[in-house]
Design a protein around this ligand. Structure first.
Ligand code: GLC
Length: 434
């Protein structure tokens, strides 16, 4: 049995799965990335869980491949949209839980090269990321709803083994055939397998529910079968620098190179890298007329993530044919315009030194502190004392801050008419690095 693995450290005598510190550093500096949920489900426009949630007969679902033509999927345009938002990396769902591959997998027929598109979309995507100078990320779901063994591994051992084999083989394909991959974003692995005991897909019977007689069927203790460590080893051998999240892991195992708080800002943690994943609208996979977040919400999300020392992976769900909706593309540009002015306070910074609160928080780099004030209390912000002396201060976009530094603390105020509606960023220059 292997030992426990720290973020980048290794328990004595154990092998480490962790990415090199420099790779983690590069990713941290990027701070902001685009998540892309796109697949066969996008044709339906009911989100990425449609086949499961609506219990669609898989034979009907598979027929959608004839409509999946990717006629508007332009990877270069997608990379350009990410850049317009100030994003520095992308993560594409190469295969979601439905099992449909966006590449020419040799171990599956359920793939884009067999669809109307007849294209290896992962290849196009990876090339576009690289050409645009973005870090390349792939999302991959170890679980696949087409396998009854996912739902009841003990009952359908052979199916569970086959699903596992598919994972190993497909991960190997993705990490071998497309050059350097910077991020491998697992979702739904480990001994839990996102198994919702009680519902299963079986080809002859369709979707059906089962009366669970054995509680052990509900929560699969399948660690020995799944062998997460071997998967990690494979990944590390094929791509020594790739960052992996912890979502292939069994609880208590190695938690990955970064944590993945979902739809919430992660807690302040300067020691363990993490990335908040959030949706620009409300669904990961495309739904028409899905309410979209305001620019203010997006900017504050980014600021609140950065002050807590995390990355933000913001999701867009392209339409069935593969285009980003114009209104979403517009929102991305607006975020980019904000970053154009305020990027210095986000990229390459670390969270702190001040603890964040309802008002906002701070990032820092060298001897500069950037206060992100997203919610003003009545008058002023009171901050704890700082050893360093504040030698200069300014508002990033015109706010004229008044700073009073005493041994008891720091008081920051900005006249109401000078405050920014989304985020008043104030730069404090210190006499030495933080
Ligand atoms: C969840 C969902 C999935 C989505 C993911 C993004 O695990 O299963 O649909 O892809 O979160 O974080």
């Amino acid at each position: 049995m292997m030992g426990a693995f720290g973020q980048s450290g290794t328990a004595p005598g154990a092998r480490s799965f962790g990415a090199p510190e420099a790779a983690i550093q590069r990713w941290r500096e990027a701070r902001f990335g685009m998540f892309i949920h796109w697949g066969l489900y996008s044709v339906l426009g009911h989100g990425e869980w449609a086949v499961f949630a609506e219990q669609i007969d898989y034979r009907d679902y598979a027929k959608l491949a004839d409509q999946f033509n990717a006629s508007e999927f332009d990877a270069a345009a997608m990379a350009a949209a990410a850049k317009s938002a100030g994003m520095k990396y992308m993560v594409l769902t190469s295969r979601h839980h439905d099992g449909f591959c966006l590449w020419d997998s040799k171990v599956s027929d359920f793939k884009s090269t067999n669809s109307a598109a007849r294209r290896d979309l992962v290849a196009e995507y990876v090339r576009a990321c690289r050409d645009a100078g973005l870090l390349v990320g792939l999302y991959y779901s170890p679980l696949d709803w087409r396998f009854p063994g996912f739902f009841f591994p003990a009952m359908y051992r052979e199916s569970a083994e086959a699903m596992k084999r598919q994972t190993y083989e497909q991960v190997e394909e993705l990490l071998t055939n497309y050059g350097k991959i910077d991020i491998l974003w697992f979702d739904g692995g480990g001994d839990d397998w996102l198994g919702f005991g009680g519902l299963e897909w079986g080809y002859s019977a369709g979707w059906r529910t089962r009366d669970l007689k054995w509680p052990q069927e509900k929560h699969y203790a399948g660690k020995p079968l799944w062998e997460t460590e071997k998967l990690y080893e494979l990944v590390r051998r094929l791509q020594p620098e790739v960052l992996m999240n912890g979502r292939a892991a069994s609880h208590g195992d190695w938690q990955g190179d970064f944590g993945t708080p979902e739809r919430k800002v992660g807690e302040f943690d300067p020691n363990n890298a993490w990335e908040t994943c959030e949706v620009l609208c409300t669904s990961w996979g495309w739904e028409p007329n899905d309410p979209m977040k305001s620019l203010r919400t997006c900017v504050q999300l980014l600021a609140r993530t950065a002050v807590n020392d995390g990355n933000l992976l913001l999701n867009v769900g392209p339409t069935g044919p593969g285009a980003i909706e114009p209104r979403q593309a517009e929102r991305l540009k607006e975020i980019g315009a904000w970053l154009e002015q305020h990027g210095q306070s986000i990229y390459g910074t670390r969270g702190g030194p001040f603890r964040s609160g309802a008002w906002g928080g701070s990032t820092h780099r060298g001897s500069s502190i950037y206060l992100h004030i997203v919610d003003w209390p009545e008058n002023a912000i009171e901050l704890p004392p700082l050893k360093r002396k504040i030698v200069a201060s300014r508002g990033m976009t015109g706010a004229k801050p008044r700073i009073e530094q005493t041994p008891q603390g720091i008081r920051v105020s900005v006249p109401p008419e000078r405050r920014q509606e989304m985020d008043t960023v104030i730069v404090l220059e210190l006499d030495a690095p933080v």
